[in-house]
Design a protein around this ligand. Sequence first.
Ligand code: SF4
Length: 571
Amino acid sequence: MFGWTGRTVIIDLGNNSVTESRTTKKYAQQFIGGRGLGCRLMADLADPGIEPLSPGNPLIFSTGPLTGTSAPMSGHFAITTKSPLTGTIFDSNAGGCLGAEMKFAGMDSLIVLGKAAEPAYIHIEDEDVEIVPADHLWGKDTHETALILAPKGRVACIGKAGERLVPLASMMNDGYLSGRGGHGAVAGSKNLKAIVIKGSNTPEIAESEVFDRSVEKVNKLLIANPPVSKGLANYGTSVFSDLMCYMKILPANNFRNKSSSALNSISGEFIRENFQTEKKPCYACPVGCRRDFGDGTLVPDYDSLWAFGPNIGNADLDTTTLLNRMCVDYGMDPISCGSAIAAYMELYSTTPEREELVALVRDIGEGRSELSAGSYSYMYSKGMPQNSMSVKKLDLPGYDPREMAGMAIAYATSNRGGCHLSAFMAAPEMMGKPMALDRLSFGGKAALIQYFQNLAAVIDSLVICPYATFAMGEVELASLLSAATGKTYTAEELLRSGERIYNLERMYNTKAGFSREDDALPERFFEEGGIDREAFRNVLTDYYHFRGWDERGVPLERKLQELGLQERWTN
Ligand code: SF4
């Protein structure tokens, strides 16, 4: 198969077995790769009721048919599992270069099952796969671990947070954290410290000349798109923070306030004007939104700047950078960590100084704080779950849904909880890309949200960077995919695959016990002149209708049949 390698590696750490299977053509074409393939494999391998930290919960790393090619922003990969934080199926679109390396090593997917008797890491060099003892790495932070293993290949690893099964734990590769759903804890529960991959193959393209022309075209589209070629490329993801302050989209102090002038001092423009930074782009990325200060310390991206900035009432960039660095070293999601601290601050009406913030992050990462469980579980234990600014227990990022109606629906209906990337409504509602929408109105958005969700599922499955959608849509993606694989995809077919993936995830969550009650927003957003409760209820019903789901949000049998999903899920 062109585009796909056809190879899936299955490792059971419980009995030290390594087996391989063929990626079926049907799965590849229906579910694309990355998130879609991960989701399909989860549905095949793990009952939706599985305990996330049990050995049977698969941890699935997947590439897509564009991964490792010359298509821009195509070095990403997906990690899919059942989340110990949310209890949902949970994919993560991971940046860096490891995805490309996985493809060079000839893999569509790597499935990790079981639990090693002792700490271990997985080392893959093309066809050679070995499980290696990792006692010498256990207890080390992600930075040290990656440095030790780097001579053997590209590294994805966990830090202490993952080892201690903190549900906020992520995995780290190439300086990027991924897996907001506690993917690091799932790795830790398997005694898996790291995967290390080295490959020497070149992905095969079916129609290379057509593919090259498509790549040239999308590169031109990226250059012609100012938010990408001027904004992200020059200032990173925090380029929009001043605009967000101005539009009052930027929440502060656990969403108690709508904006913060404090962020002006730590915006993308401020960082560019006051610091020397170096780009650290992902594989084949001409944009390079990621950068460091030149000493290996990452410049926090917008999510971290917000989570450890306005969200906790902090305006000091040095403190934010330190807390972000601690999260990277512990292997822990900065949004969830900052949100847990914000909830704690609200509960006790306190404003911690820098040293206290450092201690809080350290205790969360070490797994010895009540906050290590995340803001929802923490606030639930205090009898105030409504003060956790989360959806399905996943903390919301720094985009206020009271100021973006589409984002409110997207948060509520995201299969992985309070995630902004499941349907990045900030693009049309804030920047007018690809079309300008009235950000304060629900009008027309019940149908539109599913388009953005399906498109995001396609992006996550191909697998390319989510920011590519600023400049590329399903038409460009279909032409890249067609040329890469030799199978003609129309834009409609591609979006239909996105819809299939979204519905399969929804069914998985339904079988895991999720229902309409979970498609909810924190009460705070309905109070004090926020979102109109009745309007939200109605738009949710309309959304289910457009999706082909019943009033409880369960996909109807005819929708499952239409998408070819009935075999697995029809009772
Ligand atoms: S835009 Fe940023 S996150 Fe996306 S591929 Fe480029 S460097 Fe990576």
